[in-house]
Design a protein around this ligand. Structure first.
Ligand code: ATP
Length: 326
């Protein structure tokens, strides 16, 4: 099939929160198994992909409020790796594309910005090259790029178990295609500490060094069950949700960057239902009762001076989507 029909695609790549994250023992390959519950939120990078006829290979440019020196503009960028992986998977020799990332998702923040971009590139190139791979195939491929890539394709809420394995369980919306009932929307305020980002490797390293107490397995099952019933006709209350949010990586992240502990406390002092670090940090997520409460927390948290950026957001939202196609 020809891929000349579509010239440019614009995709929306949502960030994720780990609303639950438990780390298993260190494996012989140096990685840890994890058990996590993801939620996609309405904070997005915008990913532009177009066919390039200049034979310059893959080019990548970056703009946006979160463009920074942290985000590589060469083959180290996960978006570039995603193009190469998909091309080699389908045996395509011409993979000249131009990618432009409008970064809104802070990087090294535990929000999965790089994985979101990679997920968007897999979905985008599948369309641009008329490959007709299913979402499931793209998710399986995405897992080779990074733990979180399959979830960014899937979106909404899902459970991930193991290391770079397919999502165990997708927590489907009440009836697919309908918009999510207001009662099922979670309102969040995110605080990005001034102190900077944390590398995932460093945080896992600290976890092993501290050998800190991890969440016992039986407790895990009960917590996940509560978070997973969020789609029931009577979703759990904010207070119930708050009790079950959890992250094993919080303690090592606080040990590396004590200001994260201060940030988490500041959220509770401001009246958040819960404070939780997402992924390997350093973003702190504060659960609000509703949109109005989130706005009030936003004002209070900005006034603490602890955060370089405070963001009001909500979830769950769908995964990567194509917003324009020319
Ligand atoms: P993770 O939890 O997956 O380690 P994160 O959510 O904390 O990641 P990312 O925004 O994915 O943070 O950035 C982690 C690192 O990945 C950055 O420091 C950067 O060097 C690298 N990176 C590669 N590609 C990208 C991209 N497209 N956007 C942002 N960072 C990228």
């Amino acid at each position: 099939m020809s891929d000349q029909l579509t010239k440019e695609l614009v995709l929306r790549a949502p960030a994720k929160l780990n609303i639950y994250l438990q780390v298993g023992a260190l494996r012989s390959d140096g990685y840890h198994d994890i058990t996590t519950v993801y939620q996609a939120i309405n904070l997005h990078d915008e990913v532009h992909i177009s066919s390039s006829h200049s034979n310059q290979g893959i080019t990548i440019t970056i703009s946006g409020s979160e463009a920074s020196d942290d985000v590589p503009t060469d083959e180290r960028n996960l978006a570039v790796k995603a193009v190469k992986l998909l091309a080699s998977f389908v045996g395509r020799t011409n993979h000249c594309v131009e990618i432009h990332l409008v970064k809104n998702i802070p990087s090294q923040a535990g929000l999965g910005g790089g994985s979101a971009d990679a997920a968007a590139v897999l979905v985008g190139c599948n369309e641009l090259w008329n490959l007709a791979l299913s979402s499931k195939e793209l998710m399986t491929l995405g897992a080779r790029l990074g733990e979180d890539v399959p979830f960014h394709i899937h979106g909404m809420m899902a459970i991930g178990v193991g290391h770079r394995e397919p999502l165990t369980d997708a927590l489907a919306a009440p009836s697919s295609g309908d918009s999510i009932p207001r009662s099922h929307i979670w309102h969040w305020v995110l605080g990005i500490p001034f102190a900077g980002g944390l590398s995932t490797k460093e945080v896992f390293g600290k976890l092993d060094e501290l050998a800190c107490g991890r969440n016992p397995a039986d407790y895990t099952a009960a917590q996940i069950k509560c978070l997973a019933t969020t789609w029931a006709s009577e979703p759990p209350s904010g207070a119930e949700i708050a009790k079950n949010l959890y992250n094993d990586l919080e303690a090592p992240a606080v040990a590396l960057l004590p200001v994260i502990g201060e940030c988490l406390k500041a959220g509770l002092a401001a009246g958040a239902l819960a404070s939780l670090m997402t992924g390997s940090g350093s973003t702190c997520a504060f659960l609000a009762m509703d949109g109005g409460h989130a706005e009030r927390l936003n004002v209070e948290l900005k006034a603490t001076g602890l955060f370089r950026r405070v963001i009001v957001t909500a979830g769950p939202v769908e995964g990567v989507s194509i917003v324009r196609q020319e």
